[in-house]
Design a protein around this ligand. Sequence first.
Ligand code: NAD
Length: 434
Amino acid sequence: MHIAIIGTGYVGLVTGACFAEFGVFVTCVDKDQEKIEKLKKGIIPFYEPGLEDIVKRNLKENRLKFTTCIDEAVNESLVIFIAVGTPPRGDGSANLDYVEEVAKEIAKNMNSYKVIVTKSTVPVGTGLKIKEIIKKNLEKSVEFDIVSNPEFLREGSAVEDFMRPNRVVIGAESEQAIAIMKDLYRPLYLIETPFVITDIPTAELIKYATNSFLATKISFINEISALCETVGANVNTVAKAMGLDGRIGPKFLHAGIGFGGSCLPKDTMALVRIAEEKGVELRIIKAAIEANQNQRERLTQKIIKAFNDKVEGKIIGILGLSFKPNTDDIREAPALYIIQSLLNRKATVKVYDPQAMENTRKVFPNIIYCSDAYSVAKDADALVVVTEWNQFRNLDLERIKKLMKGNLFFDFRNIYDPVKVKQIGFSYFSVGRP
Ligand code: NAD
């Protein structure tokens, strides 16, 4: 089977490379010429563990190719995935300009029956909108089907998530399209992956409901963390005991600086807007978004208050810039919020991240970029752990303490033992722990 993936970003590239690994012939299309030229040489434009090997292997075996020409890719493919970005507009709604542009391009180049699949996260109703766009822009009379196949992979473990997903969701109107999608995903059938076959609007909503629920879980425990701090309880123990309840589960129940990234912030806002347009108020999701903002602000204020509101001229070291470990993605990363707040108050900011420094340089060209955690600590008045990279889990804290000018240590991921850190002589601040 030949398939095309339009949009070769995090989702498009992982999807394309993994389908090629399953033995399918894949053409990945992107309008970014530089990206495509790099990919042709096996150079991955972002950091994602395990992806480079798969891309290189499938390039070599001619199952994976990269191009900027959508026409050829559409022509030779039975299934065409749309995997372009759906970034938030100013009002929080999803911007569908890229999706609609691609739908028109696909329509113009269709020469035979095609299954057109949205992998991008799109508001309910988009599948049917795409159908109309394609009908209107067809240059030949050909049959086609629309499918919604939302993606649930997580950056940082994207390959593993694609290869071993919790479920595959397929929303479709025709038996033929469902059969083709099942055939494409056959290797996942073999490992007994649950398939949810449904209609298109339901599939579209599953993705937003899932991400909004995950965001709500994080915000829930973060609000509990604020209460823990005032009543002298330990949020880690609260979360652990809650998570042992089979109805709740332990995942996404870690108190911290709050959710970021390219999905949870944008998808929660988009779902609120989708509902508002239909006259439905999603109070819980609105509250989860607000609680997330509060958590960022509350923890940033912890740093500022520890300096008695006088951070001007202070040297503050930030460990971790990406929104979570094992990615270089800094979209909506909490670290950016903290850095901007500190710069607004004229602090000097030193940073280190194992993968995300290049991306951060584009946002903050004038902060100090260091080669490791220890050079960040040198002469710093305070150190803040923002992203729980493995490299920061086992720091030599005695050495850090000697290198620092001050003794303030903010652990916004609760990765250290408060007793041990305090014994070394730090003034230690974590999230929701006495
Ligand atoms: P991305 O920004 O990394 O990639 C999008 C790509 O599409 C870019 O390379 C861009 O150049 C390309 N593009 C835009 N318009 C194009 C056009 N007309 N023709 C060809 N290429 C075009 O985005 P992403 O993170 O991969 O997200 C894509 C979609 O998948 C979004 O809807 C997102 O919500 C969803 N999603 C993302 C994740 C994630 O973890 N990143 C997970 C699940 C779902």
